[in-house]
Design a protein around this ligand. Sequence first.
Ligand SMILES: Nc1ncnc2c1ncn2[C@@H]1O[C@H](COP(=O)(O)OP(=O)(O)OP(=O)(O)O)[C@@H](O)[C@H]1O
Ligand SMILES: [Mg+2]
Length: 169
Amino acid sequence: MVRLGITGTPGTGKTSVSSELSRITGWKVVHVNDIALEFSIDVYKDSSVIDVERLEEKLRNIDGNVIFESHLLCEMKLNLDYMIVLRCNPIELKRRLALKGWDSDKIKTNVEAEYLDYCLIKSERNYPRVFQVDTTNLTPKEVAVRILDIIKGGKDDDVDWSDQLFKSL
Ligand SMILES: Nc1ncnc2c1ncn2[C@@H]1O[C@H](COP(=O)(O)OP(=O)(O)OP(=O)(O)O)[C@@H](O)[C@H]1O
Ligand SMILES: [Mg+2]
């Protein structure tokens, strides 16, 4: 059995890649954001406040070969065999988020999170086996194939956007 997590900044392609990976492997996809809404206990500034402990318990008890996907995963501690952090060059990420129709403040917050390795740092605190895939120049299908290669022991990507950040200052 394989329990795989896919996390990353919004727009890195988690949902697209999960469905490609599921198509190739037959593993079921759990869209954690959707399940999280079942554990909403309050609303604050237009966002749901989630009972994370109960959500984690529910996710821990899903069995079989599973692909869990969400940016929320990096904040949790689940029983995952592999945690994949999808990465995207912040310039390309800005383009993808603009295509989603997001406003400029929301885009800026997420591009900053990508520059600062937010999901990677959180994942490394919460999970023992964390691997990165740079999606910038790959299709979702190619990213899915990269993930399968990593599971088989292949090397992951070493991502560092700091050079680009300093050049832009
Ligand atoms: N590898 C890719 N190359 C180019 N565009 C991509 C790639 N992956 C996803 N996209 C596009 O970027 C957008 C975001 O993709 P997707 O919704 O899969 O990201 P996500 O990480 O699930 O985002 P969210 O956290 O907001 O759910 C979509 O318009 C998708 O078509
Ligand atoms: Mg998504």
